[in-house]
Design a protein around this ligand. Structure first.
Ligand code: NAP
Ligand code: GDD
Length: 355
């Protein structure tokens, strides 16, 4: 008999898979909530799928949340599910609000009615700081979100605080800065760049189209960040924490390091494409993780440089395997598929970044 049961929403996502691994290693019973899809999307869980229990539920559906919580009576609930890609939030702002904002209330309501003793973790985001009013950003920095996604996350953050204060629930928000890994979705800039560098090296692609090279992010490794989620739920009192490395880097630096790893000069291959520039940008994120360091005894183990190398190496290995084992169509990102539909007249390149 396992001592503790954890419910993870968004278990098929990047963080869900790392968190499930961590909790299994600590002998938790791990229940992953998945939504119905037309094809199976357990790629990130393949190595642990026999050790976790999967249950169907959807953040859009209140009764499914109630049923899941009632059936498994979890001790800890990690709400990682969301529409998490910022550009999509301008294309689908209402849906983003339903998943990423109201979805949090639905799961909090399920816990309040069915299992009020469960400890709750909400995946808050550095996107909430948006057009930053303080550098570096810490727990007390005011929010100024710059996308429908950021706005939805601010709602999720405050509803979590509100349920803690209204109902005395153990509910916490982790304000996590960008974290990446070889399991990152291919549309996010780190993986887009490392995957493209590997594909170009192998002759599968000629160029990489990106948006704003000057944007700065505080990038860490997802494996380090899920440890912080768990630590937040082991404290005596519920509280909110910033999780970050305390370093910031530009998208251009990311390109330099990734292409250099495969022996290429990024300037020869990277093309600015205005389609990837956002209607409102978050220019600079850099977190101050001092509170997490002192109260949770948490610190990141993987540096930005090592993270980029880890991702490039993994992409190269995977693509080489795909070629070796005769998959004549190695994996492409949505962006690469999308680029094929671009007409020349839409594309404006900038001097110095032209191929
Ligand atoms: P991700 O890879 O995009 O995973 C999102 C997960 O949410 C997927 O499992 C997805 O399921 C699920 N999901 C989406 N809509 C759902 C719905 N209506 N009902 C049930 N499940 C649904 O995201 P991630 O990078 O692991 O991030 C995890 C969480 O942390 C997200 O809430 C994200 O916004 C937040 N966050 C991420 C970062 C970061 O840098 N990674 C930083 C701060 C906060 P499918 O597989 O079916 O699509
Ligand atoms: N995706 C993408 N694609 N981003 C690009 C590109 C491109 O071609 N070119 C430049 N960028 C810039 C974006 O404008 C942004 O400033 C930065 O790269 C990072 O973009 P993403 O990797 O898409 O991540 P994000 O910062 O918007 O959002 C991620 O981190 C948040 C935490 O701050 C997501 O994981 C969110 O879910 C998360 O909350």
């Amino acid at each position: 008999m396992k001592e503790k049961t954890a419910l993870i929403t968004g278990v098929t996502g990047q963080d869900g898979s790392y968190l499930a691994e961590l909790l299994l290693s600590m002998d938790y019973r791990v229940v992953g909530m998945v939504r119905r899809t037309s094809t199976i999307n357990f790629d990130r869980l393949r190595h642990i799928q026999d050790n976790i229990e999967i249950v169907q539920g959807d953040l859009l559906d209140q009764s499914s949340m109630m049923d899941v919580v009632s059936q498994f009576q979890p001790d800890e609930v990690y709400n990682l599910a969301a529409q998490s890609f910022v550009p999509t939030s301008w294309q689908q702002p209402v849906l983003t609000g339903e998943f990423t904002a109201l979805g949090v209330t639905r799961i909090l309501e399920a816990i309040r009615h069915v299992r009020p003793s469960a400890r709750f973790y909400q995946a808050s985001s550095s996107e909430q700081f948006g057009k930053v009013v303080e550098v570096p950003q810490k727990e007390t920095t005011p929010f100024y979100p710059r996308s429908p996604y950021g706005v939805a996350k601010v709602y999720g953050h405050w509803i979590t605080v509100n349920y803690r204060e209204s109902y005395d629930m153990f509910a916490v928000s982790g304000i996590l800065f960008n974290h990446e890994s070889p399991r990152r979705g291919l549309e996010f800039v780190t993986h887009k760049v490392t995957h493209a560098a590997a594909r170009i090296k192998l002759g599968l692609q000629d160029e990489l189209r990106v948006g704003n090279l000057d944007a700065r992010r505080d990038w860490g490794f997802a494996g380090d960040y899920v440890r912080a989620m768990w630590l937040m739920l082991q404290q005596d009192n519920p509280d909110d924490y910033v999780i970050a490395t305390g370093e910031t880097h530009t998208v251009q630096e990311l390109c330099e390091i990734a292409f250099a790893r495969v022996g290429l000069d990024w300037k020869q291959y990277v093309v600015i494409d205005p389609r990837y520039v956002r209607p409102a940008e978050v220019d600079l994120l850099i977190g101050d993780p001092s509170k997490a360091r002192s109260k949770l005894n948490w610190a990141p183990a993987v540096s930005f440089y090592d993270l980029v190398h880890m991702m490039v190496d993994s992409d190269l290995r995977e693509l080489q395997d795909e070629i070796r084992y005769g998959w004549h169509q190695p994996k492409k990102s949505t962006d690469v598929m999308l680029d094929k539909t671009v007409t020349g007249s839409l594309v404006k390149t900038e001097p110095g970044t032209q191929k």
